[in-house]
Design a protein around this ligand. Structure first.
Ligand SMILES: Nc1ncnc2c1ncn2[C@@H]1O[C@H](COP(=O)(O)OP(=O)(O)OP(=O)(O)O)[C@@H](O)[C@H]1O
Length: 749
């Protein structure tokens, strides 16, 4: 029983919220979906609702509120807010935990090793297509499926020519199959599908390559490898927790411990993650009832921007909202205080225009939801602030160089007027971010404090790049190692972009051409020169000194060089004789288990939004954050929405990529869209999904701005950001001309 004064404090706390937020704070039990627009104050509302639930239910260590969110930094923020609210209620900071979904799953799995089947010493990996684990699965699949592999090699047509056969083998082994493996394993696993499920679905599809059968095989080998090497991945954690909760007694004990589950950023959860939360939040006596499941899911389906990396399809959260709506359990928060009115109007216009444009074919990118400014008596100080300049400004600079020059000038002027202001340039790719930071430095030197987020993160590539080059030095005649090394040199812009498959088919001929070999273009000669100088170093330097040399060759920056030095120190420590083979062994372990990755500090978000600073950050990373002045340059059709692209070297298979086809087929099966799409229509669907997501990403980016949203598409931009000096005419993203027509006073010259 709560005292009168506690009840009064609860009312006071609720009064700090605006109407939509108050609906969460009035929750007392059952399922609740909250669909909110950007900047509505979802996290703020949830933190108050959490403190109220803890107070009202008098929760404690053995009966807790579980709050989950997507990233560790968001979890840290939410925890601080809940603690502050409890303090305001005069309560100790207990009765709740805030975790990421994976953290929650891990704690359940670790508490019951016998049921989860997980070894607490397992090493966590996030394998990409170059990961040794994936490469091993691909090799195993090829040797176990010679006939199927032959069908792939033959592709659409094949005249049996030897050089072409070698080229196709290289493409399949190092690109097509590893990409297929990483895509489908994650897609299927996090949806709770087993290899046999994929196999049985494959039989019903008109597909000469039987892509889902290949996927099933790769998935099976992957699972065996994981167990054999005592590794786990993120999906395995969720599956392990679900295995634990399959046990009726253990499940009941967890359900008794968990009073309710509150989930933030619910649009980003995969079906399996949602399942985990539903089990924990259920009432053991009546697990399926929406009245008895204490689950509050807060999100914005229009900010779902992870569906091309994960199966976190916005459809799932929309479905949950719909199911709750029919039971009168849906709250919508449409008022938002973050942005100035012109920015809100622009974001609303884009949402509506994109949905009506049919650019994403049968996909509807957005849930129809309009952002509204808050009322004049809103509790948020300075809500919907006065715009800076026009609030929305639209530019068409001559080229990308002029774009960055304009941004720099404007930011310098803004920060002079408002030294505490926060500004950011939001880019679509890290390459663009690198270009912006470099150009800003060229124009303005140290007078402009720039924080390039990608550059800080790039350090984690150091061990992987070192391993790739050392593997090449160890076995220069291996086409795989040679190709991987050349790829690193291209990425680091040491050599020009070119068809590497043509170079690596005959490594010896490439590295040491004879007098009768044909004269090669300058790009090939340059690539050879680099490889030969690396090989010379291998002869002249002791193995331990190779890493500093390679780091210099790749033109590492200061922080990257420091990471390379740290890596060398550790390798010297861990290898007795410093032989190259021993160094390669340890380095492979470091890369495979990702132990060397810098750990995100809890204050990451704070570093991204420091006042007086211009942050250069990707649109994906910007999610959940905001700045006074947001600059979004390079809005070109080529990137937003962009087009699905089949690399020329893989076109022998057809006008599609196997990975995207498989992804669309798995998705169709998850949504019970039978019969499953054939190759061509699966590719079409994948294209629509990507288009829809790109527009949602733009919407997320636009809604980060508080007082100025500056958008531009340069008339000329590079074809590839690896070579920004090669400018070509570029079409703007179709949203930009539409915005210009709708908001003519925002068009700047
Ligand atoms: N009731 C309130 N009183 C004071 N400030 C508030 C209130 N609600 C939200 N805010 C402020 O508004 C801003 C946006 O809030 P919050 O980050 O919770 O929104 P969100 O809906 O989670 O945003 P997004 O959808 O963009 O991730 C924050 O600066 C927050 O402090």
């Amino acid at each position: 029983m709560l005292t009168g004064s506690t009840n009064a404090s609860l009312d006071q706390l609720r009064d700090t919220l605006r109407p939509g937020q108050r609906e969460i704070a009035l929750w007392t039990g059952g399922a609740l979906a909250v669909s909110a627009v950007p900047g509505a104050g979802k996290s703020t509302g949830m933190a108050v609702a959490a403190a109220i639930a803890i107070a009202q239910q008098q929760l404690h260590a053995r009966r807790q509120l579980v709050v989950v969110t997507f990233t560790r930094s968001a979890a840290a923020n939410l925890k601080t807010k809940i603690r502050a609210n409890l303090k305001a209620l005069g309560l100790p900071p207990g009765g709740f935990v805030v975790q990421t979904l994976h953290g929650l799953a891990w704690s359940i799995a670790r508490a019951h090793p016998a049921l989860s089947g997980l070894n607490p010493d397992s090493v966590l990996v996030t394998p990409d297509q170059n990961h040794r684990l994936i490469r091993t699965c691909v090799e195993q699949w090829i040797s176990a499926n010679a006939r199927h592999y032959q069908t792939l090699l033959e592709g659409r047509q094949f005249d049996g020519e030897e050089t072409e056969r070698l080229r196709r083998q290289s493409v399949l082994r190092t690109e097509v199959l590893p990409t297929l493996a990483t895509t489908v394993i994650h897609e299927a696993k996090s949806s709770g599908l087993l290899p046999d499920d994929l196999r049985s679905q494959s039989n019903d599809i008109d597909d000469p390559y039987s892509v889902l059968t290949i996927a099933a095989g790769l998935y099976e080998f992957y699972q065996t490898q994981l167990r054999f090497r005592n590794l786990i991945d993120y999906d395995e954690m969720i599956l392990a927790a679900l295995r634990v909760l399959d046990d009726p007694q253990v499940r009941q004990s967890w359900q008794q411990q968990v009073f309710a589950v509150f989930e933030d950023e619910a649009q980003d959860s995969s079906p399996l993650q949602t399942r985990l939360l539903e089990i924990l939040a259920a009432d053991p006596a009546d697990p399926t009832s929406y009245d008895r499941i204490n689950l509050v899911r807060v999100g914005d389906p229009n900010q779902a921007i992870n569906s091309t990396f994960t199966p976190a399809d916005p459809i799932f959260f929309r479905e949950f909202c719909e199911a709750c709506r029919t039971q009168n359990r849906l709250a919508t928060m449409t008022q938002a205080g973050r942005s100035s009115r012109p920015i809100i109007e622009a974001a609303n216009f884009v949402l509506q225009w994109v949905n009506q444009s049919n650019l994403a074919g049968t996909e509807q990118p957005f849930r129809v939801q309009t952002i509204r400014p808050v009322a004049s008596n809103d509790p948020q100080p300075n809500a919907n602030p006065v715009p800076e300049g026009q609030g929305l400004e639209l530019y068409t600079p001559e080229d990308v160089y002029q774009t960055v020059e304009h941004i720099g000038q404007r930011v310098l002027q803004l920060l002079k007027q408002h030294p505490d202001g926060r500004a950011a340039v939001l880019v679509r790719t890290n390459d663009q971010g690198r270009f912006v930071a470099k150009e800003l430095y060229r124009w303005y030197g140290d007078t402009l404090p720039v924080y390039e987020v990608g550059q800080r993160d790039r350090q984690s590539h150091v061990p992987a790049e070192m391993l790739t080059l050392l593997q090449f030095l160890d076995r220069p005649h291996s086409p795989d190692y040679l190709k991987a090394a050349l790829t690193v040199l291209v990425t680091r812009k040491r050599i020009s972009t070119q068809d590497l498959n043509a170079l690596v088919s005959f490594p010896e001929q490439f590295l040491y051409p004879g007098p009768l070999d044909p004269v090669q273009p300058e790009a090939v000669v340059e690539a050879r020169r680099y490889c030969n100088s690396l090989l010379n170093a291998r002869l002249q330097l002791p193995p331990a000194q190779l890493i500093p040399f390679l780091a210099l060759t790749l033109d590492y920056e200061q922080t990257e060089l420091a990471t390379a030095d740290k890596l060398t120190e550790r390798l010297v420590q861990q290898t007795e004789n410093n032989a190259l083979s021993a160094i390669l062994g340890i380095l492979s372990e470091i890369v495979a288990s990702e132990q060397f990755e810098p750990v995100d500090a809890d204050d990451t978000e704070e570093r991204y939004t420091r006042s007086g600073q211009l942050t250069v950050i990707t649109m994906h990373k910007a999610k959940g954050l905001d700045w006074d002045y947001v600059f979004i340059p390079f809005l070109h059709e080529q990137t937003i929405p962009g087009s699905q692209w089949v690399p020329p070297q893989a076109q022998f298979l057809g006008d599609f990529t196997l990975a995207e086809v498989a992804r669309a087929q798995i998705r169709a099966s998850l949504h019970n869209q039978f019969p499953l799409p054939s190759l061509a229509s699966a590719w079409e669907r994948a294209k629509n999904l990507k288009t829809a997501e790109e527009f949602r990403l733009l919407y997320v980016a636009m809604t980060r701005a508080k007082r100025l949203l500056w958008l531009s598409a340069a008339r000329k931009a590079p074809f590839t950001w690896n070579k920004p000096e090669n400018l070509q005419d570029r079409e703007p993203c179709p949203v930009l001309p539409a915005l210009m027509e709708r908001f003519p006073t925002s068009v700047m010259t």
